[in-house]
Design a protein around this ligand. Structure first.
Ligand SMILES: [Zn+2]
Length: 139
């Protein structure tokens, strides 16, 4: 009897573990702005100002003056009610909403045909890359 009970017990445990929600990506959409302290933030409807955190290339994007005031969406996790951690840059977690489309935020060097995902100088020709939102991330 004991053996039978243990056998029937363990699969239930396994099921419970599988039913745990994964570290699902949350999204936050709003107007890209900054907190009073100059930290990048989203002004989200019904939620107010939420500070944005992320890795260095991600912070480069949310601090890009060309995106200031944009209809912006980030995927990641809420660290608290007021702080949102954007997913790492390779997870392509930042979007620009424009003309009803959700666009990946990318940067492009015309001269070298090199695409990057954070603003800055092209590593090849040293020119400033241009903001180039894309409907489809083609990489
Ligand atoms: Zn270049």
């Amino acid at each position: 009897m004991v053996t039978v009970n243990r056998r029937s017990f363990f699969p239930i445990l396994g099921l419970a573990a599988a039913a745990q929600p994964p570290a699902a990506s949350q999204t936050l959409r709003g107007k890209l702005t900054a907190t009073g302290a100059g930290q990048p933030a989203l002004e989200a409807p019904g939620r107010g100002l939420v500070a944005l955190e992320g890795d260095q290339p991600t912070l480069g994007v949310v601090k890009d003056p060309r995106l200031a005031g944009a209809d912006f969406e980030a995927a990641g996790q809420f660290k608290s009610d007021r702080v949102f951690q954007i997913g790492p840059i390779h997870t392509r977690s930042m979007f620009l909403h424009r003309d009803g489309k959700r666009l990946f935020i990318t940067y492009w060097c015309d001269l070298c045909a090199i695409r990057t995902y954070t603003p800055g100088i092209c590593w090849c020709c040293q020119q400033d890359t241009k903001l180039d939102p894309l409907e489809k991330d083609d990489r």
